[in-house]
Design a protein around this ligand. Structure first.
Ligand code: TRP
Ligand code: ZN
Length: 477
């Protein structure tokens, strides 16, 4: 029996348990001149688009990253990170300067296309002034060398994320804006890129990341280097590395590599993780469509953040996960990782879909039906806090609100399903995953697609379920 489980960060003040109790009740379970001025992200390479309203400092328009090549040398005994990030990008306009998001260790040197560049740091902005202007439409590579200790971001509302030093290594998991804690990044959720991770650590430790290994790890002296690559477009919040003592299971789901790992010092093992990950991938392939990445897997470590994260192709679990959590993180590979919201306000497109996938899975695996779960939650009185936020714009500090974003997001999908019917609804899920694969989409895109597929005017339903901070009228059956 699956248990319905998703915990937010334990320190969250606004978290209410109404929803979870309701569901649980059903048993658901040198030229390197350092600039002295403090230039913002503007200059002649200033923003083209609009920054995300929830994270106005993150992301830098004016260029678009194509590939991150990250060379990371890490020593757990001292937490020392010695790194080089080579970022290949395309200029969207003439750039005399540009900025990256970076809150990591001391920068030692910056080059642009192999020539030393001037740079300065101000808050989370690393501003780079190349020796020569970069022309609009041109590709360029900025290389940043840095060294020191990296630290996580500890946000009072969103919890702990970013680079986390563990007992025997480190784990980096970045949602929503933690990538800047360990590499210079264009931390715009819409700027997807491919990645190479070259991770060096003391021999005897294992390093994992998103995607697929490039050959076997190579040991020189007492240090081992492992290389991983993510060849499909990835939003920076989904990038991940894990270094430590790990027991790795290297298997397959059909032709797809399934690489799981667990920390042997923690409790449990990854036999269940490996098998359930494979089952969830197969189930998703049948119900949603083609699996979007070139491998799958999962990593269990002891990180004490209180949540699991759907890091691309290989989620990270904080301790041994239950089946529903694995299904949730694997569902995110289609919903969130491949099809990604254009802005953080639309996070329900990730969490509502992944939560609804859990409901669909459990109704097919001997649990209550999605309708039963919906009815139980819908019985929550209109005056209850359960309804007090907007699902499609909960506010930055309530981004991960379990009730508004996860449960009501899933309920919105169920209401849509009962309104347009099973056939059109399941077509919608498939077409959504296919049409926006490797791209970005918003709530309006979903509404338009639902309208096109069903021929129904679904706007009132979207307004009531997603854009109103109140209990919606009962859906049409
Ligand atoms: N996105 C994660 C998931 O649902 C959960 C998550 C990430 C989270 N960061 C968080 C939940 C912070 C609460 C607080 O799989
Ligand atoms: Zn989720």
């Amino acid at each position: 029996m699956t248990t319905w489980h998703r915990t937010g960060h334990p320190t969250r003040k606004t978290r209410k348990t109404t929803g979870r109790r309701a569901v649980a009740a059903l048993g658901l379970a040198c030229a390197m001149v350092v600039l002295t001025a403090a230039p913002g992200s503007a200059g002649s390479g200033g923003p083209v688009g609009a920054p995300d309203p929830y994270f106005p400092l993150a992301g830098n328009q004016g260029y678009d990253v194509e590939h991150y090549d990250l060379d990371l040398d890490f020593t757990p005994a001292t937490d020392l990170l010695v790194a080089r990030a080579a970022i290949k990008a395309e200029a969207h306009r003439d750039l005399t300067r540009f900025s990256l998001d970076f809150s990591g260790p001391a920068v030692e040197r910056v080059d642009v296309d192999g020539r030393p560049a001037a740079y300065s740091r101000d808050g989370q902005e690393l501003t780079v002034v190349p020796a020569a202007k970069i022309r609009a439409g041109r590709d360029f590579t900025v290389t940043v060398r840095y060294r020191g200790t990296a630290a996580p971001i500890e946000d009072p509302a969103l919890g702990v994320y970013g680079w986390i030093n563990t007992d025997d290594g480190a784990v980096a998991l970045n949602e929503p804006d933690g990538a800047r804690s360990w590499y210079p990044v264009n931390d715009d959720v819409r700027d997807k890129a491919t990645y190479t991770f070259r991770i060096t650590a003391p021999a005897g430790l294992t390093a994992l990341a998103n995607g697929e290994p490039q050959g076997r790890p190579r040991t020189v002296g007492d240090r081992t280097t492992a290389t991983w690559s993510m060849r499909k477009p990835m939003s920076s919040y989904l990038s991940m590395i894990a270094i430590g003592r790990f027991t790795v299971t290297d298997g397959r789901v059909g032709r797809l590599p399934n690489i799981t790992a667990y920390d042997p010092a923690g409790d449990g093992d990854d036999a269940a993780l490996h098998r359930t990950t494979a089952d969830a991938v197969r189930w998703g392939q049948e119900r949603i469509g083609r699996y979007p990445f070139d491998s799958t897997g999962g990593i269990i470590d002891r990180i004490d953040v209180g949540y699991a994260l759907e890091t691309q192709a290989r989620p990270v679990y904080d301790g041994e996960p239950d089946e529903a959590t694995i299904v949730h993180e694997i569902a995110h590979q289609w919903f969130g990782n491949s099809v990604t919201p254009k802005t953080w306000a639309d996070l329900w497109l990730n969490e509502g879909f992944a939560s609804y996938a859990e409901m669909l899975w459990q109704e097919e695996h001997g649990g209550p039906t999605a309708q039963e779960v919906f009815d139980r939650l819908y019985a929550t009185p209109a005056a209850d806090d359960f309804w007090h936020l907007k699902t499609a714009d909960p506010g930055r500090d309530d981004l991960f609100d379990y009730e508004a974003v996860y449960l009501r997001g899933a309920m919105a999908l169920h209401a849509l399903r009962t309104t347009i019917g099973d056939r059109d609804f399941f077509t919608l899920l498939k077409v959504w995953a296919e049409k926006y694969r490797y791209g970005s989409a918003d709530t309006r895109d979903l509404m338009n697609l639902a309208r096109r597929i069903s021929g129904e005017d679904v706007k009132p339903l979207f307004d009531a379920w997603l854009y109103t901070a109140a209990k919606p009228p009962p859906p049409r059956r």
